[in-house]
Design a binder for this molecule. Structure first.
Ligand SMILES: Cc1cc2nc3c(=O)[nH]c(=O)nc-3n(C[C@H](O)[C@H](O)[C@H](O)COP(=O)(O)OP(=O)(O)OC[C@H]3O[C@@H](n4cnc5c(N)ncnc54)[C@H](O)[C@@H]3O)c2cc1C
Length: 399
């Protein structure tokens, strides 16, 4: 085993950004490559930010359970979806992780002097980085996990939401999440409410939109959450936590231009567009990539650059089907009718739904998603696939 550097300003691998992707890489290396000295640099005071990150247990590759276990706050054996005319309970296990637990887990896994927080990285290259306060660190390799910075050269729409954890004065009565309740009024595109019952009197309620615009009307969405709770008969005592998100839903773009403009550093997470184009979720890809990195023999800067590019390019190719569905959703379906695509999707066999969320749909799954009574007008759908539908430029480049 090689000797780890005792120099506090030197390491084998420097991770820029201690969010989801950076934190998971740190955890994976601590567990699987203890021979390497890994340091993580985060601009905020805490790692992980203020996030609730959810995923299906079936999203994760084999061997990932131990990696994510320390950041998972809750698990449920199944979930529900609700659409006009269709309610379904599925048995896939649903899990919820969060930033507070990620911070705690990384601090437990790495030595304290390998975690540098409250430190903005202002310059980085293959051999190290400089912080805003002038400190310089050298590294055998550097990986950039500083978040998406917008997705230049890509097009699509937006998944935007406000989520609140509500404390209730009486039990809500739910024993599993509602991943989509689309029986609500369809406003601003495809709208649904998402509920995570963290305890009998604590529930996270998120008002979500697949919208053509990134604008978030915070007071209106807060009011809709309050109205939803009231409609369910839930007596809200207090709002314990709130998060907002405006995430890109990727419908197309120029991957090569995106990569070229992102600099020379190896990249991870949303910085590398390692996201599901339609759900905007990144946990499954972040976990896969973190585990993959720990298996590499050659972690030199140039090898890592090549590897991160090749993995991201492969992901881009393999997720073409989901970008096509995003185009259908935004380009062909009128806002108030978009829910029909999702309702149709939720009539599929459970395993096909699992593979969809994991980004691993088979050709048969894809045919099933597109088959049956068309969820959107066929002419518009086909036109959108050949670039003759509503111009995606109208939806704005994702930034
Ligand atoms: C509110 C919200 C909820 C979401 N929910 C889910 C979900 O349930 N499931 C899911 O899979 N996905 C979810 N996503 C989408 C996506 O998975 C997350 O955005 C995820 O956090 C992306 O991971 P990342 O590591 O690429 O970026 P981030 O987690 O954003 O991490 C980037 C980190 O880099 C730091 N940073 C940036 N610049 C610098 C700098 N110059 N120097 C030092 N540090 C820097 C940032 O402070 C940040 O901590 C959600 C997104 C949001 C915004």
């Amino acid at each position: 085993m090689q000797q780890k550097s005792a120099d506090p300003a030197s390491c084998d691998l420097a991770i820029l950004g201690g969010g989801l992707a950076g934190g998971l890489i740190a955890l994976a290396f601590a567990a699987r490559r203890p021979d390497l000295k890994v340091m993580i640099f985060e601009g905020a005071k805490r790692l992980g930010g203020h996030h609730v990150w959810s995923f299906f247990a079936s999203d994760l590759p084999e061997g990932a359970e131990a990696l994510v276990a320390p950041i998972v706050a809750a698990r449920w054996d199944g979930y529900e979806v609700r659409f006009p005319g269709l309610s379904r309970t599925l048995s896939t296990r649903y899990c919820s992780a969060n930033g507070t637990l990620l911070d705690r887990a990384v601090r437990a896994a790495l030595p304290a002097d390998c975690i540098v927080t409250g430190a903005e990285v202002v310059q980085a290259d293959a051999s190290g980085l400089t912080l805003a306060d002038g400190r310089r660190f050298s590294a055998g390799a550097v990986i950039d996990a500083r978040g998406s910075r917008g997705l230049a050269h890509m097009e699509g729409g937006w998944q935007k939401f406000v989520g609140q954890r509500l404390r209730l004065s009486t039990p809500h009565g739910l024993d599993r999440p509602i991943v989509m309740d689309a029986t609500v009024a369809q406003i601003d595109g495809y709208r649904f409410v998402y509920c995570l019952p963290f305890s009998p009197t604590e529930i996270f309620v998120e008002d979500t939109y697949y919208s053509d615009t990134p604008n978030l009307d915070l007071p209106a969405l807060r009011q809709r959450i309050a109205d939803y709770a009231q409609g369910e008969g839930w007596a809200v005592q207090s709002v314990e936590y709130e998060e907002t998100g405006v995430l890109p839903v990727i419908a197309g773009g120029d991957f090569d231009a995106f990569w070229r403009d992102g600099g020379d550093l190896p990249r991870a997470g949303t910085r590398a567009a390692l996201v599901h184009p339609l759900t905007s979720y990144s946990i499954p890809d972040a976990v896969r990539f973190a585990l993959y990195l720990t298996g590499l023999d050659n972690l030199s800067g140039s090898a890592l650059s090549r590897t991160s590019h090749d993995r991201a390019a492969q992901h881009w190719r393999e997720t073409r089907f989901y970008r096509m569905l995003s185009r259908m959703l935004f380009g062909a379906a009128d806002g108030p009718e978009r829910w029909r695509m999702l309702a149709h999707f939720y009539t599929l066999p459970e395993r096909a739904i699992e593979r969809f969320y994991a980004g691993q749909s088979t050709p048969l799954d894809m045919a099933r998603v597109l088959a049956g009574k068309p969820p959107v007008p066929v002419g518009a759908a086909l036109a959108s696939l050949t670039g003759r539908g509503r111009p995606l430029a109208d939806l704005g480049a994702v930034s």
